[in-house]
Design a protein around this ligand. Structure first.
Ligand SMILES: Nc1nc2c(ncn2[C@@H]2O[C@H](COP(=O)(O)OP(=O)(O)OP(=O)(O)O)[C@@H](O)[C@H]2O)c(=O)[nH]1
Length: 371
């Protein structure tokens, strides 16, 4: 199967001098997924308002002339407040053998409580080199300091998750732009993202950050995953702690997930977004087959949206098939941005009672872990 679309950084196809696995650690909602998506420039983690959406530990890969960074985006949704310390311990312990360095992300808009102290202690006790990112400085700006960089309202509306990519705006049926308009919009978005990234951020000391403990970070950088401010300085720090080495993946990869898994995730995200609250956890996507035709550069995919009950099927199919059509169209729009080749999608809904209790099915939907 063909590889996924090149990242802007991948166009340079550099000879990497640094190659590091960076474990991202931080409280739930600190902005871990937003930052990985911002750095990698493409959607890596799926985003939804429902908890426990992230079923797998998803990696983002960033390649540029300085080298390659592989990010482990640790899911935090499922950790109850009570179990938080224990949960993080497990995440850190599981991740440690794979990591060369840690990136600790702190949300500066939330007061640091015991949980933050516990996470920070784990990071320090890991013995690994680490970098601190003080995130969401744009929110402080919005609170009243006009000397600080303002959030880009366009980026703010989607949490920066679609950075640098053209998006449809407004309600109603989205219109497709002509190639010229699309190119102009992409160029404007890239320029805006570059300006935002270069915007000054406050000194961490101004935010009340003091170097903690006896294993301090290699650097502390204030950033906004949403606007991109401070992200170049953060990358500089991450490359400084990454070991020298050959790249782990080809430069054009931005995730090591299997394309079929990514397609399934995109379809699932669309289904979650477009169905009512009781359905999301009852949905999984099975890719029945996927065949690539090199001549037409087309991947033909047959996929099933699987639900547990007939009533759920009715919801997912919608009146006159409206809902499933919208899910399919929405998924195709996303996939077009993620893959360099064309994707044909045959999408159907199937009832499979109690699929959540079947070991084989569970293995299938969590296979992102096993790659
Ligand atoms: N204002 C502002 N909001 C941000 C920023 N980064 C992330 N957010 C918002 O914070 C919320 C949580 O962001 P995520 O990226 O999902 O956080 P996470 O750490 O991956 O969350 P878990 O997966 O639950 O651990 C979302 O609503 C984001 O839009 C930022 O730099 N500024």
């Amino acid at each position: 199967m063909a590889t996924e679309q090149q990242t802007p950084a991948g166009e340079n196809s550099p000879r990497a001098v640094k190659s590091g696995v960076i474990g991202i650690i931080g409280r739930p909602s600190a902005g871990k997924s937003s930052l990985v998506n911002r750095i990698c420039g493409y959607k890596v983690s799926i985003v939804s308002p429902y908890p426990q959406t992230t079923r797998t530990r998803i990696r983002g890969i960033y390649t540029e002339p300085r080298g390659q960074l592989l990010f482990l985006d640790t899911p935090g949704y499922h950790l109850s407040e009570k179990k938080l310390n224990q949960g993080y311990q497990e995440v850190v312990t599981e991740s440690l053998p794979e990591c060369d360095a840690l990136l600790y992300i702190r949300d500066v808009t939330r007061p640091a409580g015991d949980e933050e102290a516990a996470i920070l202690a784990l990071v320090q006790n890991s013995g690994l080199p680490w970098v601190a990112a003080l995130n969401k400085v744009d929110a402080l700006t919005e609170a009243g300091d006009s000397t600080r960089p303002q959030a880009d309202p366009a980026a703010a509306s989607d949490g920066g998750k679609h950075a640098g990519r053209g998006r449809q705006s407004g309600g109603g049926r989205p219109r497709r732009d002509s190639p010229e308009v699309h190119a102009a919009k992409m160029a404007a978005a890239r320029a805006a993202a570059a300006a935002a990234a270069a915007a000054p951020t406050p000194d961490p000391a101004e935010l009340g950050w003091t170097t903690p403990g006896d294993h301090p970070p290699a650097a502390a950088v204030s950033i906004s995953a949403e606007t991109g401010a401070g992200v170049p300085a953060l990358l500089e720090a991450l490359f400084s702690v990454a070991p020298e080495g050959e790249p782990m993946y080809p430069a054009e990869y931005y995730t090591d997930q299997d394309p079929q898994f990514r397609i399934a995730e995109v379809i699932r995200e669309q289904a979650i977004k477009r169905t009512s609250q009781e359905v999301p956890h009852a949905i999984y996507v099975d890719i029945a087959d996927a065949e690539y035709d090199a001549a037409s550069e087309t991947l033909s995919v047959r996929a099933f949206l699987i639900v547990e009950r007939e009533s759920q099927k009715g919801i997912v199919v919608g009146k006159g098939g409206e809902k499933i059509k919208a899910i399919r169209t929405g998924a195709l729009r996303q996939l077009k941005e993620l893959f360099s080749y064309r994707i044909k999608l045959d999408l159907r809904v199937k009832v499979q009672p109690k699929w959540r209790q079947r070991a084989g099915t569970i293995r299938k939907i969590t296979r992102g872990w096993e790659q």
